[in-house]
Design a protein around this ligand. Sequence first.
Ligand code: NAD
Length: 267
Amino acid sequence: MSFLKGKRVLIVGVASKLSIAAGIAEAMHREGAELAFTYQNEKLKGRVEKFAEGWGSSAEMCFPCDVADDAQVEAVFTELGKKWDGLDCIVHSVGFAPGDQLSGDFTDATTRDGFRIAHDISSYSFIALAKAGREMMKGRNGSLLTLSYLGAERTMPNYNVMGLAKASLEASVRYLANSLGQDGIRVNGISAGPIKTLAASGIGNFRKMLAYNANRAPLGRNITQLEVGNVAAFMCSDLASGMTGEITYVDGGFNITAMGSLEEANA
Ligand code: NAD
């Protein structure tokens, strides 16, 4: 199809081949996008560079970026600007909360510091990227995309303060969309169903969350990184040119259910 031919995309959040960002990179590469990447730290550098080559990019198009550091965020666009004269899309696939925040009773587990870190890394970083990338993206009908989870809207055991950070992230999708529309930049989010990744393994009893979702989702299964990637590719393409400020579910339909399957209800 190649509906991303001619688009230049920066992907933030590849850590392993299981990363949702890896599914997004695969789909976007398949659809003809030119890709650049960031890596969180030196430990991930070699791995991300190797993946980048597999997606038609190169080590030269991989830049260090700890999103907690504004100087590093700005440096990404300074360096990217030396390679590309403009940027069409930024994919923000980043989330973090300290491990002790992600299990047990919400009221007891949540601390001031845990709240601050979860919101800084998982929510503010999207605004930081938008701010730093704005100039390069102006007037190209491009888009920003982030990844959220249903825990933003409903309580989810053990997800705790990440749910609050995702609620903040989803609100920032709307505020950024309203702010950046004047520059021809769209801003959207995908609320993905649970997928086994490095970040997800930090959530208490994540395996049970996977099984619960698979049993109750209308599709009767969990979704894959590539299924998220396919929707991400569409949302960042000109096919979605009329869409901004939206959170789209890719979760096998889990979010629409209240009680799960008929079989379960009648068992
Ligand atoms: P992942 O561990 O593969 O990706 C998380 C990424 O965040 C990693 O690349 C990591 O390097 C990056 N990161 C964390 N702290 C950072 C920092 N300070 N600076 C720069 N990068 C940092 O896990 P994933 O599940 O692919 O997570 C990607 C996004 O998808 C997250 O926002 C996550 O909340 C969201 N999400 C995940 C699921 C799921 O079940 N896996 C479901 C819905 C939404």
